[in-house]
Each structure stands twice: as C-alpha cells, then as structure tokens.
Design a protein around this ligand. Sequence first.
Ligand SMILES: Nc1ncnc2c1ncn2[C@@H]1O[C@H](COP(=O)(O)OP(=O)(O)O)[C@@H](O)[C@H]1O
Ligand SMILES: [Mg+2]
Length: 281
Amino acid sequence: MALFSTLRKRAADSASYHGLHEPDLALHVEDLTVAYEGKPVLWDIDLNVPPGVMAAIIGPNGAGKSTLLKAVLGLARPTAGHVCIHGRSPRAQRRRIGYVPQRSSVDWDFPTTVLDVVMMGRYGHLGWLRWPGARERERARRALETVQMEHLAGRQISQLSGGQQQRVFLARALIQEADVYFLDEPMAGVDATTERVIVGLLKELRDAGKTVIVVHHDLQTVRDYFDWLAILNVRVVAQGRVADVYTGEHLKRAYGGRIALLEREAFEGPRGPDAPQENDA
Ligand SMILES: Nc1ncnc2c1ncn2[C@@H]1O[C@H](COP(=O)(O)OP(=O)(O)O)[C@@H](O)[C@H]1O
Ligand SMILES: [Mg+2]
C-alpha cells in the first residue's frame, strides 16, 4: 500500500516521471505511430498514466483521440511503437481492461436488449462456449441498477435515448470488473443527470484504486472531473497533473484559435463588471 501511494505521489510530482518503470504504470505508450492509408494520425506518442487516477485525454476533432484508445486496445494497428497496461501487453491484460467506445461508432439498430448488451461485458470472463447463467444475469441486473436503468432491462437498445445508451455501456464496463477503464466521450450529448451519474461512478472507481482514462470533449469541466490530463493533437502536446498541464499555452498549442471564447470562460469564468478590461493596443 505504501509503495502504491509513493508511486502515485512520485508520478504526480513530475510531468515526465522517467523514474517510474513500466510495470508501475497503468498505461505506458511508447513511440506509437498510427497511420490510415499512409497518413499518420498519431505521431510518435509517448504517454504515461499512473495507477489510481482519473485521466482525461483532450484535443480537437480529428486529433486522434479515438484512434489512440483503439491502438491501445489492439483495435487499430500501429505502424510503430508499443503499449503496456500494468507492465504487460494489452492482449495479456484484456480481462483487466474495460472499454466504452464512442457512442456514434456503435450500431444501435442491432436487435438486442439492454440486459444482453450488459451481459456481453462478461464474455471475456466466461470463456468460450459458456453461456451466461443466472449468476451472470443477476450481476448484469445489479450493474443496471447502479446506473439507474434496471427498469429498462428488457428494452431494445434501438429504443433508448443517448443518455440511456451511454448508461448501458457504462453498466457493461462495470461488470467487467476491470482495473483500467477506457471511455471514449462518455459524456458527449447526454443530459445533466446522466453526466452526474457517470462522473460519480467514475470517481468511485478511481477512489477504489482503478485507473479511469476518458476521452473528454468539454474543456469547461476538465478541472472539476479529472486529476490527470493528456492534451493531444496528432502528437502529445502535454501530459501530467491537471494543475500543471491545463494551461492556456498548452490549449492554444493543441486547439489553435478555435478555443478563444471557451478558453476565457474556462479560465476566468464569465466576464463580470469587475473583470479587467483588455487593451487592444
Ligand atoms: N478507419 C479510418 N480510416 C481512415 N481514416 C480514419 C479512420 N478512423 C479515423 N480516421 C481519421 O483519423 C483522424 C483521427 O480520427 P479520430 O481518432 O477519430 O480523432 P478524434 O477521436 O480525436 O476526433 C481523423 O482525421 C479521421 O478522419
Ligand atoms: Mg473520437
């Protein structure tokens, strides 16, 4: 336990933390390059996430955030580089990994029920040719309860709102009982209540010692929700503790002029009468 907290502290103390060895890190990505049709969309990515943090990955549209998660999970093939989850290959660790894909990338017309989607989360644990039994169903029902969706267990997934779809996916990730969770924009396009439920659950996972890595779309909430941050735009612009990394300079480097308005509010809050006036000399 002491080692764990020392490591966490050490990792948190430095944005480069070369002192940490791969096995100590929840996620270690080295020299990762991914190209689609010969065009690199991720270039020479080095990324480290210590265990037990709630980490955000942010960056503009097309920055390669979803591709990064897919490459880490073995769903996109890198041209170079390697990935370790708790010191071993993602393949070797697949039971310790939970994944919630970007909602828009899922075929929601697939004819299946909410409960079935959640139970799919257990297949990695059951092994081939073992269908989920009563225990697994009970587990899935409990996970649905946790996300306040138990009343919709029998519904077709095509008949869910965006927020409900996201909760179903979260329930599916929860019953995987993973150590490292990857979520791709879980809070995009959901209502405020769902967002609170999701953030609450993710923080509980983090507080239980799990590592939660979230591609996040909303700059305004980065500092409230997360303690670790990686800013991405094809390359890694910056990574480390949110307090060190979430700066106007880094955001500008990643987003260019596109965040001018958003950024001012995120840093200073909405302009009040006491706000200093800008000189446009
Ligand atoms: N399967 C694919 N084939 C070709 N290009 C892709 C594919 N998936 C993503 N891309 C391209 O790769 C870049 C990064 O995409 P993505 O990882 O989805 O970015 P983000 O999630 O940050 O918005 C984009 O330019 C996107 O158009
Ligand atoms: Mg994406």
